[in-house]
Design a protein. Structure first.
Length: 209
């Protein structure tokens, strides 16, 4: 593709920020920089390539880790100085092993204590406990006891959902379903599986025959 047909505004160092987003979940995964060469490589290869400012070299995302990012589409913002790169990731985007680099929330002064929980943030918390154990953590106690314990809890919570739905009211269904989802996420994390693995399977089933 001839990029000269686009009025891309690179900064004084010849770089442009590239925000990488999961095309299936819309989760923001990371932010890196591209230059004209790495943008062209990205377009030609169909996988993200960035410019490493610290190493001053081309960085093919996933070349060593295997966590490549298949590009679905690239959009240029209204000021033509930022790229949005929508991808299908083959693994975690963050070097820490987290799905997204954006997992540290900064509390707002005018917001109630606590933050909005999403499936992604819940899964990230569980993975953080797995990778960085915290004394007294229930999640860590499950992971330490092993898969049999986790499977037992999944079975118990599934039965609790059924019992709640059979006459205990909607609030109990919500509570027991929340318990089941949490324990299922612990199971996934313990096996090294991700929410993207589940969404990918559901996406395949959704494809028209």
């Amino acid at each position: 593709m001839d990029l000269t047909t686009f009025d891309i505004h690179y900064d004084v160092n010849g770089l442009i920020p590239a925000i990488v987003q999961d095309a299936r979940t819309n989760q923001v995964l990371m932010m890196a920089y591209m230059n004209a060469e790495t943008l062209q490589l990205t377009l030609q290869s169909g996988e993200t390539h960035f410019w490493s400012r610290s190493r001053r070299e081309i960085w093919h995302k996933g070349a060593t880790s295997g966590n490549i990012q298949k590009v679905i589409e690239i959009a240029l913002d209204c000021d033509q100085d930022t790229l949005l790169v929508r991808v299908q990731p083959a693994g975690p985007a963050c070097h820490t092993g987290a799905v997204s680099c954006f997992f540290t929330n900064i509390p707002l002064a005018n917001k109630r204590k606590g933050s909005m929980m999403t499936f992604e943030s819940l899964y990230e918390i569980i993975c953080q406990r797995r990778d960085h154990p915290v004394a007294g953590s229930y999640t860590n106690s499950l992971l330490t006891e092993g898969e049999d314990k986790i499977l037992k809890k999944v079975g118990e919570e599934a039965m609790e959902v059924i019992l709640a739905a059979k006459g205990q009211g909607d609030q109990r269904v919500i509570e027991e379903t929340s318990d089941l989802v949490y324990h299922l996420f612990v199971l996934l994390a313990s096996r090294g599986l991700t929410l993207e693995d589940i969404l990918g399977e559901l996406q395949k089933r959704h494809q028209p025959k």
